[in-house]
Unconditional design. Structure first.
Length: 313
């Protein structure tokens, strides 16, 4: 199944993506995180509701929201999980190069980064002159666990979506080479366009692409992951609980702007498309946003301007 979140008649609804239509589900089903937390019973209710539903709207013209919108804590991410990406950055880290890691490298992002699959990406050059793109496969954790064995790790995967881990490279360097600050700017990480359930996707062979203004800059397969998904889940959960409904990013392949010659960074008005086999696409535009002046209760990028869905890629 492909499950989307959509703005509809002043509210939010879950919907199944079927061809060029959205099959709206009852509002009382709640959000996707609640479905995931509810386990097999909640998923059965969703399937039954979808079979009964006669309420459909066109996908084209619908406003798709981030399929995961409720976060209990930071978003878990994996760095350097494609060796070609790790190696392309050598000499580009401004003296912050490290040896090839023997274990997965983890970091987190603040939830306020999340925007919808077609929302504008907030862009403020006052924060950095080095805005980079990173196409990634994201996982929705389906079952809470700690010290999860590799052999059963995939039992803890509920589904998959795309993410663009937009990164401010100069901010990363300025803060000791750690990644949280340079990857946690409000309104900069589109996810979606929907969640593909685990039974409907083979994560082993997903081609990830990032296209900027019509030029393909990233084009790599999840076959090239340094650490496969069961290993990531097992290592991340060692002594640390992973919770149902959490989002877990799994790394980006080579081709990022910081590693190119000459370097290629994102600017105002750039259209950034992230695609993944069987996952659809994210399509976003770098949009001027004031992120550098004091603002109490500031809105994230998703709230700045509504965006409309494209037809299913």
């Amino acid at each position: 199944m492909r499950i989307a979140a959509v703005a509809h008649q002043g509210g939010e609804r879950l919907a199944l993506v079927e061809g060029d239509a959205l099959v709206l589900l009852p509002a009382d089903l709640g959000d996707l995180v609640g479905i995931v937390e509810g386990g097999a019973d909640a998923l059965s209710r969703l399937r039954a509701a979808a079979e009964r539903s006669r309420e459909k709207i066109p996908l084209a013209g619908a406003r798709l929201l981030p399929p995961v919108r409720r976060f209990g804590r930071d978003i878990l991410c994996t760095g350097w999980n494609y060796w070609d990406h790790f190696e392309e950055g050598f000499g580009r880290r401004e003296g912050q190069d490290v040896p090839k890691p023997d274990h997965p490298t983890f970091f987190t992002k603040r939830p306020d980064v999340v925007i919808g699959p077609y929302d504008p990406i907030a862009f403020d050059p006052a924060l950095s002159h080095q805005w980079d793109y990173e196409a990634e496969l994201a996982v929705v954790i389906g079952k809470t666990g700690r010290n999860i064995p590799v052999e059963t790790a995939m039992d803890h995967v509920w589904g998959y979506c795309l993410a663009n881990d937009v990164s401010l490279r100069s901010v990363q360097r300025a803060h000791g080479g750690q990644w949280l600050k340079g990857k946690s700017v409000d309104g900069t990480m589109p996810i979606g366009p929907w969640i593909v359930t685990a039974d409907a996707l083979d994560y082993h062979d997903v081609t990830l692409q990032c296209v900027v203004n019509g030029t393909t800059l990233q084009d790599g397969s999840t076959r090239l992951m340094a650490f496969d998904l069961p290993t990531l889940i097992a290592e991340a959960s060692r002594g640390m609980t992973l919770h149902a409904g959490e989002l877990f990013l799994t790394g980006t392949p080579s081709g990022v702007g910081n590693a190119r010659t000459p370097q290629t960074f994102l600017n105002e008005g750039d259209e950034v498309i992230v695609r993944g086999t069987g996952l659809g696409e994210l399509r976003n535009v770098m949009t001027p946003t004031d992120l550098h002046t004091p603002a109490a209760g500031a809105k994230t990028g998703a709230a700045l301007a509504p965006a409309r869905a494209e037809s299913v890629p």
